[in-house]
Design a protein around this ligand. Structure first.
Ligand code: NDP
Length: 332
């Protein structure tokens, strides 16, 4: 039974040396407990913040303790009447091949024809973040222009598709030509920009948004946000979902230097954590599931193979190696 622990608190960019692998016996469930086998592991940018020893909305990981993230697992033994052998569950679980749980906080998955990985992505935290952040703060109206940073990632690619379904002009910003192409051809974005090769991002956004920017869904922060914000319209809304460009502690480019534009444009910029909208989740999941079923919403995923690859898959998020949701398949 392999376990992945946090060995060192990363300084700057995370490296494989910050993790440690351990072998242990497969634990046995006590009365009221279940034994879970890990099937699919979600790696997420916010885990970087939990590797620092600092207070946030979730407590930091402890050194020499397993990392934890969204996981889909199978019940392989049960001493808890609420679960039967073979049940599939999702929840915040440890990076272990096998683990025991009392079952609290786990959701049973009735797959209903969806792939199990969807519950870590489009029908899980990713989809909920996109849906709630866009609808509750972005408040999109048909005909408005929506710009998304981190557009080809897990959350960004869903935000853009929902924006199109609601009748917006959608413009994405991403880090490779391949991603730019994917946004336009697969997700039908109206325009997409490669921030790594575009010399004048402000101008490129201006050109792609002839009517200005009404909603800016920000996953990235710093210079990319500066370039979008000079292009916002009066009464623009800016859901601040994340700031991945700053998670490794690079404060050299610590935006926003452009906040006066919020005043001149009477714009609303609001950070959020998806759990703020827990009361909206049932309706959101119903809508997301319907869109997926109708083929209106495409789930984009990058699947890495094997439990041993979890740390590398996490590190790869910061090098933009994923398209859509990054997931590690531990079924073999
Ligand atoms: P993604 O699938 O978007 O993966 C991360 C992507 O970010 C990479 O593929 C990369 O794409 C881009 N990226 C990495 N480093 C940089 C950089 N320095 N500058 C610009 N882009 C960069 O991850 P998620 O969809 O899971 O998360 C997206 C954002 O949403 C994150 O900031 C995350 O923390 C946040 N989030 C917030 C939640 C909330 O409740 N508020 C919940 C879930 C996520 P590229 O090739 O384009 O550079």
């Amino acid at each position: 039974n392999k376990i992945i622990l946090l060995d060192k608190r990363p300084v700057g960019k995370v490296s494989l040396n910050d993790f440690k692998f351990l072998q242990s016996e497969i634990p046995q469930p006590k009365e009221g407990e279940i034994l879970l086998k890990t099937l699919y592991v979600s790696v997420d940018p916010y885990l970087r913040g939990r590797m620092n020893d600092s207070k946030s909305y979730v407590p930091p990981f402890q050194l020499n303790e397993p990392i934890q993230s969204g996981i889909v697992a199978k019940v392989v033994k049960t001493n808890n009447a609420a679960f039967k052998e073979g049940d599939i569950v999702s929840g915040s679980l440890k990076w272990q091949e096998y683990q025991v749980s009392a079952g609290t906080g786990l959701n049973k998955i009735e797959s209903d024809g969806n792939s199990l990985t969807a519950y870590l992505g489009i029908l899980g935290m990713t989809g909920l973040t996109a849906y709630c952040g866009l609808l509750e703060i972005g408040k999109p109206k048909a005909g408005e222009t929506l710009v998304i940073s981190g557009a080809a990632g897990a959350v960004g690619s869903v935000v853009g598709q929902i924006g199109k379904l609601l009748g917006c002009r959608v413009v994405g910003i991403a880090g490779t030509d391949e991603k730019v192409e994917m946004l336009k051809s697969e997700f039908h974005f109206d325009a997409a920009i490669n921030y790594k090769t575009t010399p004048d991002l402000k101008k490129a956004i201006q050109d792609a948004c002839p009517d200005g920017v009404d909603i800016y869904f920000d996953n990235v922060g710093a210079e990319i946000s500066d370039a979008v914000l000079v292009n916002i319209n009066k009464f623009a809304r800016i859901p601040v979902c994340g700031a991945i460009s700053l998670y490794n502690g690079d404060t050299s480019s610590n935006g926003l230097r452009i906040s006066s534009v919020l005043v001149t444009k009477s714009a609303l910029m609001q950070g959020f954590i998806v759990s703020n909208y827990a009361d909206k989740f049932p309706a959101a999941i119903k809508q997301l599931t319907a869109w997926v079923k109708e083929g209106k919403l495409i789930s984009s995923e990058t699947i890495e193979e094997g439990f041993d690859h979890i740390p590398q898959a996490f590190i790869d998020l910061f090098d933009g190696k994923n398209k859509g949701k990054m997931i590690v398949d531990c079924t073999n």
